[in-house]
Design a protein around this ligand. Structure first.
Ligand SMILES: C[S@@+](CC[C@H](N)C(=O)[O-])C[C@H]1O[C@@H](n2cnc3c(N)ncnc32)[C@H](O)[C@@H]1O
Length: 211
């Protein structure tokens, strides 16, 4: 994994020389160590069955996508709503993993032709379609259910221990483990802190939600 991350980081450093207008979160993938959420996904998925179909929500610049291809998952379907990113993801996966990824330029959830084994939504909190915490949690549950219940849902959320005002992350998208347990009542839930305020800008937790 260390060697693969070194390649990913070098690729991103070169990419930055030609693409100045990148969001700040992308810069994590040009530094050491790799972001904790990325390492956590690696640890969770490295021994999983690689035949399980994956849906990735919000591929961004393809850094988690690249990890999934590196781990040799056989059936990965990524969604990214920002069209200009699609070709950048394609180029990254081809350069680093020798594969042409399947990246769909749509906002997930949408109907697919199979049930995912694993859904991954990390570093991807968009609050604008919701007004209350209940709305927000129902939206997350709809996304989880739409194509049939996955065996595993990896979902990173803003943690409600983070109490500073922040327009990007209104209070209703800040969750705790009880919110997750109530939203997924029959699931086994493990939680992994990935960012902690004030060392980081916000606090986040990655939840592993399994049937
Ligand atoms: C902050 S980036 C993170 C990308 C990636 N998950 C990572 O950790 O490197 C989030 C991306 O998700 C995309 N996005 C947000 N909501 C989405 C949705 N419902 N369906 C597809 N893409 C989405 C945004 O366009 C953005 O590029």
């Amino acid at each position: 994994m260390e060697q693969f991350y070194r390649m990913l980081k070098e690729y991103n450093i070169e990419f930055l020389k030609k693409n100045y207008d990148v969001p700040e979160w992308f810069l994590q993938f040009t530094e050491d160590p790799p972001p904790l959420y990325w390492r956590t996904i690696y640890k969770i998925l490295k021994d999983e069955d690689k035949a399980k179909p994956i849906i990735e929500v919000g591929a961004g610049y393809g850094d988690v996508t690249a990890l999934l291809y590196f781990l040799e998952f056989k059936n990965i379907l990524s969604f990214e709503l920002n069209r200009p990113l699609i070709e950048k993801i394609n180029q990254k996966i081809l350069a680093l993993c020798g594969k042409r990824p399947t990246v769909i330029n749509r906002k997930y959830p949408v109907k697919t032709d199979h049930t995912p084994g694993i859904i991954i939504q990390v570093n991807c909190i968009y609050s604008s379609s919701f007004k209350t915490k209940l709305d927000y949690l129902e939206g997350i549950r709809r996304l989880y259910l739409l194509n049939g219940i996955p065996y595993m849902f990896l979902f990173e959320s803003i943690d409600d221990s983070y109490r500073e005002p922040n327009d990007t992350y209104p209070y209703y998208v800040r969750l705790n483990e009880d919110d997750i347990k109530q939203t997924f009542p029959h699931c086994k839930i493990d939680s992994y802190p990935t960012y902690v305020y004030p060392n980081n800008r916000v606090s986040k937790t990655l939840y592993k939600i399994c049937t």
